[in-house]
Design a protein around this ligand. Structure first.
Ligand code: M6R
Length: 606
């Protein structure tokens, strides 16, 4: 939540560039934004409620000229989205921006006694604390101050007396430094740096960095210098842009055939039937003796975990349990050295998933991270990491990252199945062949877009919607419902179709659209029966069906037809029309597709 940027350089104007960078972080929060800039007359601050464009248009009429500045886009935690609560916060000659939560801020506020606070935020306490501890050296004082802070933070600070210096610090919140020519940049995430540089340094927990135009110094909180490598980012700036699509979400939905191809690249050898997962450093003997798999995740990643459960159980015979990370961390982790804990996260920064991963590791389990961001906290904290290679996902509603997760989980299930002797070489060859042809099936599924758009014209008027599916497509019903609710604000529930008769069927009438995932599968006949039951209670059924289907299609009001693929791969195809349905419904309702209300892309607070 919240995005931080900063830049220090010689002479050149940086405020416009920081606005550009903030726009690329807007997915992290967008209820208010602000800039603090060093000027010849001191630090100038501009803050505005609303999106970055509000801040931008103000700066067009009243520009801030500066070559050293910091900025922030906010997702409110402590204090409403008002100008007073927007960052940066000032205390005398000091300014600060913050991402995360200072858990002991009330205690510190009391301790700071006579300090006068201008906002309701936890962040402002940092400015007052640094001012109180001030010893004339910004980095040294920040080191002292962070020792007093509890919780998670990424911080950037400036002081009027040191006009070319930015000091940054992090604990449990991401912070990346961009290395330019006679310039250093700072951001919460790599896409914000891509217009300026592809050479980045990921700060580690406990790092305090001093950025000046020509120098960068990183220390730990005791002041000991830390060596941090420069990483060359392969993503281009264009990859994080819309490329002609109206929204990032639509672009990202259409990128999914490539997502699958990228996630498979270099990992499968079809002829020999082998899966090679670089980044999985657990040897085959250990994989053979595993007793259990436990998966933790949140939101869409949790739905991927549910699909993963089905795949891993079917292919490897290992029992799999799936937990919401936010629940797992408040229970005793019943994990041991024969268990594999998998944490799935697009961002690799989700606070609950990170905490659940840490607890699993402490309990002695083998751990594996599946994530999309190579330099993220989870990826860097783990010895076993499978990257999804989906590229930057900017739309707050996750689409292609989910696709990448499903692809990697399919590979992992095959790998475990082969190592544990459940899948023969012939079966592996066949399965890898099927996987390889999947991008074409997803291309074909994307052709449902026009039909989804036409259905969306009517679905947009609904107040509620029910999504149903069975087996490996039950999580797809859940994900379809989540997509619809988070971007169109229509209340939607996902249910296993077999549960309908145990309650939800009471809701069905002509006003309740039922979206059924009813493609070819072992449970198709019984699913067709569920569709007919809904239909006979006047529901308008929108069914995702396989090419050539006639039974469900007859009972349905409208259909979204996708290619027939093996059942275990069907989630990767079936989710596509549901993403498109949610997208077009949100467009029909004039909703803010890429930045739905109250949401943030990266949830770095619990
Ligand atoms: O980055 P993560 O995958 O850990 O994020 C988990 C959820 O916050 C995320 O999937 C969220 O549910 C999205 N809004 C889904 O579209």
């Amino acid at each position: 939540m919240c995005g931080i940027v900063g830049c220090t350089t010689h002479g050149a104007e940086v405020v416009g560039g920081l606005i550009e960078s903030l726009k690329r972080l807007e997915y992290r929060g967008y209820d208010s934004a602000g800039i603090a800039a060093q000027t010849p007359t001191g630090i100038g601050i501009v803050r505005r409620v609303g999106k970055i464009r509000e801040l931008e248009s103000h700066l067009l009429t009243e520009p801030l000229h500066s070559s050293t500045a910091i900025g922030h886009t906010r997702w409110a935690t402590h204090g409403r989205p008002t100008e007073a609560n927007a960052h940066p916060h000032r205390c005398g000659k000091l300014v600060v921006v913050h991402n995360g939560i200072i858990e002991n801020y009330l205690e510190l506020r009391q301790e700071l006694g006579d300090a006068v606070f201008q906002s309701e935020t936890d962040t402002e306490v940092v400015a007052h604390l640094v001012a109180k501890l001030w010893n004339g050296d910004l980095a040294a004082t920040v080191r002292l101050a962070v020792g007093r802070l509890e919780g998670s933070f990424a911080l950037a600070l400036m002081h009027e007396d040191m006009p070319d210096l930015i000091v940054a610090a992090r604990r449990d919140s991401p912070l990346v430094i961009g290395v330019g020519d006679a310039a250093h940049w700072l951001a919460s995430d790599v896409p914000a740096l891509l217009p300026w540089t592809r050479r980045v340094i990921y700060l580690e927990d406990g790092d305090v960095a001093e950025l000046r135009p020509d120098t960068l110094r990183v220390t730990d909180t005791s002041g000991k210098v830390q060596q941090r490598d420069i990483v060359e980012i392969s993503w281009s700036a264009e990859m994080a842009e819309k490329g002609g699509y109206a929204h990032f979400m639509l672009k990202e939905i259409h990128e999914q055939p490539t997502t699958v191809a990228n996630a498979l690249l270099g990992r499968i050898a079809e002829k020999s039937g082998l899966v090679t997962l670089e980044g999985l450093n657990i040897d085959d003997d250990t994989l053979r003796t595993l007793r259990r798999v436990s998966i933790v995740a949140c939101g869409t990643s949790w739905h991927a975990a549910q699909v993963g459960r089905f795949l891993i159980e079917q292919d490897s015979g290992l029992p799999v349990e799936v937990d919401y990370a936010s629940e797992a961390i408040y229970r005793e982790p019943l994990l041991g050295r024969d268990d594999l804990l998998i944490a799935i996260s697009q961002s690799g920064e989700t606070a609950d998933t990170r905490a659940a991963l840490r607890r699993g590791r402490e309990a002695g389990a083998h751990t594996l991270v599946i994530c999309n961001v190579a330099g993220s906290s989870m990826a860097r904290d783990s010895t076993n990491v499978l990257l999804t290679y989906a590229g930057p996902e900017i739309g707050v509603a996750s689409t292609k990252a989910f696709m990448g997760q499903l692809t990697v989980l399919s590979l992992l299930a095959l790998k475990l199945g082969a190592v544990r002797g459940r899948l023969t070489d012939d079966v592996m060859r066949q399965r890898l062949h099927e996987l390889k042809t999947l991008p074409h099936a997803i291309e074909a599924a994307l052709r449902t877009s026009d039909e989804a758009r036409s259905i969306a014209g009517e679905l947009a008027a609904a107040r509620d919607a029910l999504f149903i599916g069975r087996g490996v497509n039950y999580p797809i019903a859940l994900e379809g419902a989540l997509k619809l609710k988070e971007i169109s604000y229509i209340h939607a529930e996902g249910y296993p179709a077999g549960e309908m008769k145990h309650g939800p069927i009471a809701l069905i009438d002509a006003q309740m659209p039922v979206i059924a995932v009813a493609t070819r599968s072992a449970t198709y006949p019984i699913m067709a029966g569920n569709v007919e039951e809904a239909r006979s209670r006047a529901a308008r059924v929108i069914a995702v069906v396989s090419e050539g289907d006639d039974r469900v299609a007859r009972a349905a009001w409208r259909t979204l037809v996708v290619p027939a693929v093996p059942e275990n791969l069907s989630p990767l195809v079936n989710i596509v029309p549901l993403q498109l349905l949610a997208y077009w419904t949100a467009v029909a309702r004039n909703a803010d597709v890429d930045q739905p209300r109250n949401l943030a892309k990266t949830v770095t607070v619990q």
